[in-house]
Design a binder for this molecule. Structure first.
Ligand code: PRT
Ligand code: ZN
Length: 225
């Protein structure tokens, strides 16, 4: 595949990071016409194309150099980085900016009736999660002997369904935990949205364009403070 002369940016198509990421690009002066159901959107005033994809795909697209930049939650980024590192795939990237949205934390939560007396209480438990690599790294660092059970959805119902003893999931307001009779006990990772760039060097033109855009990103973030 030959390298595009246009800067390629991966953005979540539909989800919690979409509106703010696309809004930020528009706020820094990039004109975009985004049509439903299309994978790609071309800017009409800059040599920039957006790739609209699931957030899970964004770290790999950046690390494989398919796109130049990506907007992604640090939780997803770090999980995919660990996964790729362990399977010997390219996992380089540069974080250009930590952004002011997408804030959440990856936490271990237990059923409210569970007697939790500190991290040692997690020993021997089955913990359902969508982030097995981050969770296993936490277990290892803290000498916890527990089992991560991978679930791509409905993690919060796993204990009630008898599939796991506890969960490790993203928390923002805590309402989901409460509604499912769970209590947050240990924060294992704090996350925000970030703007990342592929590890391999870009053409001078592309890098110069990025260097012109970044101060505008800073300006938009400062204006929101
Ligand atoms: O379809 P696609 O794969 O692109 O989207 P997705 O469903 O995987 O992701 P999405 O849009 O839900 O989340 C994208 C990113 O937003 C995450 O990777 C995080 O970086 C960030 N983010 C911020 C969150 C939350 N806050 C959040 N609260 N992602 C998910 N949640 C979920 C959480 O999993 C739980 O189910 O919201 C629920 C908890 O919320 P509270 O407010 O009840 O605590
Ligand atoms: Zn996803």
């Amino acid at each position: 595949m030959s390298e595009s002369k246009r800067l390629r940016i991966a953005v979540q198509k539909k989800g919690r990071l979409s509106d703010e990421s696309i809004g930020l690009l528009k706020a820094i002066g990039i004109k975009l016409q985004i049509r439903d159901r299309l994978l790609i959107a071309h800017s009409t005033n800059q040599p920039i194309d957006l790739l609209l994809v699931r957030d899970d795909d964004i770290p790999g697209l950046v690390m494989d150099g398919v796109v130049d930049l990506g907007f992604i939650g640090e939780n997803e980024l770090e999980e995919k980085m660990l996964e790729r590192q362990q399977s010997g795939k390219a996992h380089d990237f540069k974080t250009l900016r930590r952004l002011d949205y997408g804030g959440c934390q990856l936490s271990i939560a237990v059923p409210t009736e569970f007697e939790y007396k500190g991290l040692e209480s997690i020993n021997g438990l089955k913990v359902a999660t969508t982030y097995p690599f981050l969770l296993e790294r936490f277990f290892k660092k803290n000498n916890i002997n527990a089992q991560a059970v991978m679930l791509t959805g409905s993690v919060e119902v796993a204990p009630r369904a008898g599939v796991a003893d506890a969960i490790c999931d993203l928390v923002s307001t805590g309402a989901t935990l409460e509604a499912n009779g769970l209590r947050e006990e240990a924060v294992i990772f704090k996350s925000k949205a970030v703007l990342i760039q592929r590890g391999e060097a870009l053409s001078d033109e592309k890098q110069a364009l990025i260097n012109r855009l970044l101060p505008r990103v800073d300006g938009v973030m400062q204006a929101k403070e």
